[in-house]
Design a protein around this ligand. Structure first.
Ligand code: EPU
Length: 338
């Protein structure tokens, strides 16, 4: 474990923003992490834990220590007739973990294929796509408390999962580092193909009786046509959350904009796709110098190379203001702005 000074984070955030960390260090085991947390030069600094760096926008140099999580390993910890409980190190790359489950014919996260990021970041914001959320297959996680170095266990309830939310983004923000996540995966698969684009893609693939492998292939196809590959164009996936608004407000909106898409959330709340709201305000495909709004998905902000985090933050603010102005709806970033 080597503490490095003035370390460029460009390769460690999928937006590809060129900022520096005052200190940077990698850890590959829980013991190494605990050792680091006892070091005075680490203790006195502000800390930032980076996994895949796929949900962060850096707007300035980080004047503290960046702890890069590289805890690896996947093991079966329990098995019953219907399930396999797989425990994965939090530094595993998410999609590689998905591929592992597919290779072992375990169902549950095929819809979450190709999401950038690490296993440890997945529960933090309860990643979700195409009708499935992490919480649907989550069993428990282990996390180290920054202030004490102690390991704590969190189950589905104590994580307080919500839409792109967990206790680690709220009450316990910045207090724990997730070190391992255990998933409850299915031997008998229950496919979720309710999402329209999955059905269409499976039809195009001429698949009659889909398997988890087909669903994963369909999801990979949809994602790669709609969403920019961070290896080619800097981005952090959806920049904003889809806003949830009261039904009465939605009805007024619908009267004014009859085409507005929506998904029911409860008897009194409706989710409106932020991508639609942003597109209606004319932002889709907008190119501003070296950055802009993706041409196929207005919810995704992109860095074509060399943009400053501050420029992307300003773009996000301008989008929020114009959506609020036109629709009276305030968008909230999903991405962690630092
Ligand atoms: N839409 C537009 N214009 C756009 C984009 C979307 O009109 O430019 C409208 C369309 O009506 C479309 C609807 O929005 O049918 C939904 O779009 P899409 O299926 O692309 O999904 P989303 O709501 O924009 C959410 C997640 C994605 C996830 C997809 C699929 C959030 C914030 N985002 O996007 O997650 O992959 O659903 O389930 O909930 C991420 O979190 O980084 C992410 C990519």
């Amino acid at each position: 474990m080597k503490l490095e000074s003035d370390y460029s984070l460009k390769a460690y955030n999928t937006f590809g923003i060129d900022v520096k960390a005052k200190l940077f260090v990698r850890f590959g085991t829980v013991q190494e992490l605990q050792q680091l947390l006892r070091m005075p030069e680490v203790q006195q600094e502000e800390k930032l834990i980076l996994g895949g760096g796929s949900n962060v926008l850096f707007t300035k140099d980080f004047e503290g220590v960046v702890l890069r999580n590289e805890i690896k390993g996947i093991e079966v910890v329990r098995e019953d007739e219907q399930h396999v409980y797989l425990k994965a190190g939090s530094g595993e790359v998410w999609h590689e973990f998905v591929l592992y489950t597919l290779q072992h014919n375990l169902g549950g996260i095929e819809n979450l294929s190709l999401i950038p990021g690490s296993v440890g970041a997945a529960p933090l914001q309860n990643i979700g796509a195409y009708g499935v959320e992490l919480k649907d297959v989550f069993h428990e996680l282990e996390a180290v408390e920054l202030s004490t170095g102690k390991i704590h266990q969190f189950d589905n309830n104590t994580c307080q999962f919500g839409y792109r939310e967990s206790i680690f983004k709220n009450k316990l923000k910045g207090q724990y580092i997730v070190t391992a996540v255990t998933f409850k995966l299915h031997k008998q698969h229950k496919l979720n193909t309710s999402y329209g684009a999955i059905q269409t893609t499976l039809q195009e693939m001429q698949v009659q009786q889909p398997t988890i492998h087909d669903v994963s292939a369909a999801v990979c196809h949809i994602r790669s046509t709609k969403l920019p590959n961070p290896k080619e164009i800097g981005n952090a996936g959806s920049f904003f959350k889809n806003p949830e608004i009261p039904l009465a407000q939605f009805e007024r909106l619908k009267a004014q904009f009859p085409d507005v898409p929506s998904y029911p959330v409860s008897a009194t709340t409706v989710k409106v796709p932020a991508g639609w709201l942003i597109e209606q305000c004319g932002w889709k495909g907008k190119v501003l110098d070296k950055y802009g709004v993706h041409k196929n998905q207005a919810l995704v902000l992109v860095n074509y190379g060399g943009a400053k985090g501050e420029q992307l933050r300003q773009l996000a603010y301008d989008i929020i203001a114009s959506v609020e102005d036109k629709f009276g709806i305030k968008l909230h970033p999903e991405v962690n702005i630092i």
